[in-house]
Ligand binder design. Structure first.
Ligand code: GTP
Ligand code: MG
Length: 444
């Protein structure tokens, strides 16, 4: 299936990984292949894709996992962090001080539009801003800038014949703290354009030279960034038209790889459609999560408690494990998730579960949790010791009827039996359960 956008395919990769119960080496490798496909489809340079894959593998497939983290959590965090790194790592910053900004780039990149957007950006941060129309190459260019100036109430300077004359006059006349110089484009960075920009730069002495690149350039953005850096020098990049292409991610990654920092992204045609570039925010938006915390929560929800899985494999199933299962069932059937990992669980074993267990009502679950909380530590660890006297005490301690505590005990025993059925059986030698056992260092 061909996916429409980079974001859609990344969302698919992340929703797959957050949905996993347990993660093993094979799953990590399969997932990286899927990510590679998504990146290459979005025009990311193959070498960069390989580099990113290696970084993720190195981080996730380590012998020792960070303390307190499951492999799945390491994978989710690793994917997120490495993608952020891939797309630029740090949030861009722009000093809110008096400055001259020169915008350069090829034909139609979005320079004139970006001039207005940046002017607006500084205005909304309380700074007076003017624009200078240095594009004498395209006939209507100065009128275009003047119209934008009118819309945002910013003066536009255009007196003079040659670009550097216009710049000189503007520098004499203007009083605004921030001056933005719009320059002419060409089909390519030829000698003529390079000379024009150098001359302009000599007069303006800009604090910032921003190269404007349209996102649809994809991986070629990197080449352009290097070329301009070499011939005229830049202090940052503005990637425009991020709203209209799936190649924006590729353009961002290519710029980072070329050592250039992306300062702004243009996300529409209007003057307000400009954002200071923040890779974390960008990745968050691509994968549909505001932040890493939200993503990790989601990953935990569908995950399996590896300690509990280990105890299950050892045939142990305490009242605390039972309580954990009850809790996670509230979130969305992790009990069935766990049982799904047991071969044959779907039919034979599930039939042996207490009636209605898989879709137990919240009210009953809460009551059972209260009852378990009323048990002593020893009772929770060895529920077999709970006799009728203890049941009476638990009942009065938790406010449950005697019958309700008895039904809890009955369900617990039935489930424990199911857990035991898997131990020593075929389940251990083949199928996904065996894989989990191996991953937990308990291979048989
Ligand atoms: N969708 C979208 N369109 C944009 C964006 N930025 C610019 N455009 C459009 O791209 C076209 C070219 O923009 P300009 O600002 O004129 O580009 P330029 O680099 O000044 O072009 P030249 O002066 O001819 O070299 C215009 O139609 C803009 O409306 C953006 O972020 N999103
Ligand atoms: Mg222009």
């Amino acid at each position: 299936m061909v996916l429409d956008t980079f974001g859609d395919s990344l969302k698919k990769v992340f929703s797959k990984v957050t949905g996993y119960s347990l993660v093993d080496k094979e799953k990590v490798e399969a997932l990286i292949i899927e990510l590679q496909r998504a990146l290459i489809h979005a025009d990311v340079d193959i070498e960069l894709v390989a580099e990113l894959s290696e970084r993720i593998k190195k981080r996730v497939l380590k012998k020792e996992l960070p303390k307190g983290m499951t492999m799945k959590e390491v994978l989710v965090k690793g994917l997120y962090d490495e993608l952020v790194w891939f797309l630029g790592e740090d949030k861009a910053t722009i000093d809110l001080k008096k400055q001259k900004i020169l915008l350069i780039g090829l034909f139609g990149a979005g320079k004139t539009t970006a001039s207005g957007k940046i002017a607006k950006w500084f205005q909304t941060r309380g700074m007076q801003t003017g624009m200078v129309a240095c594009d004498t190459y395209r006939p209507a260019a100065q009128d275009q800038l003047e119209q934008i100036g009118k819309r945002i109430s910013a003066p536009v300077y255009r007196d003079g014949k040659k670009p550097h004359d216009i710049a000189k006059n503007a520098l004499k006349k203007s009083k605004e703290g921030v001056l933005i110089f719009d320059s002419a484009g060409r089909d390519a960075l030829d000698k003529e354009l390079a000379k024009e920009l150098k001359d302009l730069s000599k007069v303006v002495k800009p604090d910032n030279v921003f190269l404007v690149i349209p996102a649809e350039l994809g991986q070629d953005a990197g080449k352009q960034a290097s070329e301009f850096t070499k011939l005229v020098g830049i202090t940052g990049i503005i990637i425009t038209k991020m709203d209209g292409t799936a190649k924006g991610g590729a353009a961002l990654a290519a710029c980072r790889a070329a050592g250039a920092s992306v300062k702004f992204i243009g996300v529409g045609e209007k003057v307000a459609d400009l954002e200071l570039y923040d890779p974390k925010r960008f990745v968050g938006r691509l994968i549909g999560y505001g932040d890493l915390e939200g993503l990790m929560e989601k990953a935990k929800e569908a995950g399996v408690d590896e300690d509990a899985a280990k105890r299950m494999l050892e045939g142990k199933f305490t009242m605390d494990d039972f309580k954990e299962q009850l809790k996670s069932m509230k979130g969305m059937g992790s009990m069935s998730g766990m049982l799904d990992m047991l071969p044959g669980a779907s039919s034979a074993i599930k039939k042996k579960l207490p009636a209605g267990f898989m879709d137990m009502q919240e009210g009953k679950m809460k009551k059972w949790e209260h009852a378990i909380n009323s048990m002593t530590k020893k009772e929770r660890e060895e529920p077999e010791m709970i006799n009728s006297t203890r049941i009476k005490r638990i009942s009065s301690g938790s406010g449950l009827k005697l019958d309700e505590v008895r039904s809890l005990m009955k369900s617990y025993k039935q489930i424990k039996k199911v857990m035991k059925m898997t131990k020593g059986g075929k389940a251990f030698k083949r199928g996904p359960f065996a894989k989990i056992a191996k991953q937990l260092g308990m291979g048989v």
